[in-house]
Design a protein around this ligand. Sequence first.
Ligand SMILES: Nc1nc2c(ncn2[C@@H]2O[C@H](COP(=O)(O)OP(=O)(O)OP(=O)(O)O)[C@@H](O)[C@H]2O)c(=O)[nH]1
Ligand code: SF4
Ligand SMILES: [Mg+2]
Length: 421
Amino acid sequence: MLVERDHIGIFGKMNCGKSSIMNLLTQQQTSIVDPTPGTTADTKIALQEIHGLGPVKLFDTAGLDEAGELGSKKRAKGLSDLKECDLVLLVIDPDTKSFATEREILARAREQDKQILVIYNLFQSSSGQRIPLVEESVPLLRFHQKIGLAAVDPVCRQPLLNFIVANFVSKNCKMELLPFVEREEFYILNIPMDDETPPGRYLRPQAMAEEYITRRWAYPISYRMDLGRARNGDAAERRRFEAFLGSLNRRPKAIITDSQAMDLMHTWTPDDVMLTTFSIMMINYISRGRLARFAEGIKALDSLRAGDKILIAEACNHSRIAEDIGTVQIPRFMKRHWPGVVVEHNFGREFQENDRLSSYKLVIHCGGCMISAQKLLARIRDLDSIGVPYTNYGIFLAYTQGRAALRQVLRPWHIDYAGVD
Ligand SMILES: Nc1nc2c(ncn2[C@@H]2O[C@H](COP(=O)(O)OP(=O)(O)OP(=O)(O)O)[C@@H](O)[C@H]2O)c(=O)[nH]1
Ligand code: SF4
Ligand SMILES: [Mg+2]
């Protein structure tokens, strides 16, 4: 497997201790450390192997608050480096007065869906007491994990490394799209097509599943279900499916279905064949293996009361079709089962700026088929930090078919859904 270097950038004001953090991480005098503000001019780069993370490229940047012409050149360089980073280490000296620079770094890094960890550099042991005041002045800081340490003290190296390893999701964390796939076994991809299905290509999750299964020397078989006929109770449509299964000389290991066909597939799938959905596969993949958290989130539905609010969040502004999941199917289901619950929507990027996030009892996130892991993880981190549960469309659509259906689609992932019956 190609191992990519994670880019870790150290950002902050002049003299907050960025270069000291660089030297702490590299265990040598990589950068010049000096009390003169603006000591680091050009970004200093170090290539390093971090135990538990693998190879990383460290960027020690100039303070972004320097005035004057040289200052603005340093700033432009720093901001361009920020774009390249996977992880932003925001170094803060809590004893300083203004936090405009920190506010700006945070806003830009969040805007770019960067992972962010906050390092309070405690010049004196009492400086830690000021952290709540800093957080009051820059409320977005509360969304990010933090550590307090003294950058010039070598004993702080291990706690800092532990902190980074525990909180940073590396690009190199190996993710299997369908971990249950076995060599030389059959896997059925159930792809209902309708008039709006674009010709010429499969949707991204379908194409990814097909490629993944093939690459593992297993056999993907596409099946086109006629949803309309099947829902109208046309017995011939079910017989066609059974005949198709019967024509294989052995049982398929699993069926991966479009979530929209869950109402049929959860009863049509034989007991000895596993069932899951493309949407569940994708959310697990893009969230870097956090499917269990999304499955856990759906339980919040069980304790909803009239007046509670839930948020339907979609990551992009895709064109909406008549039976759109977010605007039609979920609100209709909610109205039927929880008539007093308020359903709100959040489309596009502004989710990150939604300052009412903590008022929701549950966030139902879209399939996430078109967004990056960074973007989804940024959203998840925000919700985790304020304790708001979340689930996604795939899990929700399985849930609407009953708890047995939900258990069925989670089983291939070894998630034992023990919902309240
Ligand atoms: N006592 C104490 N001094 C520190 C600590 N961290 C940094 N310093 C001192 O603060 C000064 C600035 O540290 P640097 O690491 O150079 O800070 P910087 O953020 O890289 O500064 P610029 O490159 O100028 O932006 C140096 O004199 C360091 O020795 C700390 O935790 N405790
Ligand atoms: S499910 Fe995919 S297309 Fe729909 S809003 Fe989310 S990312 Fe966009
Ligand atoms: Mg420096």
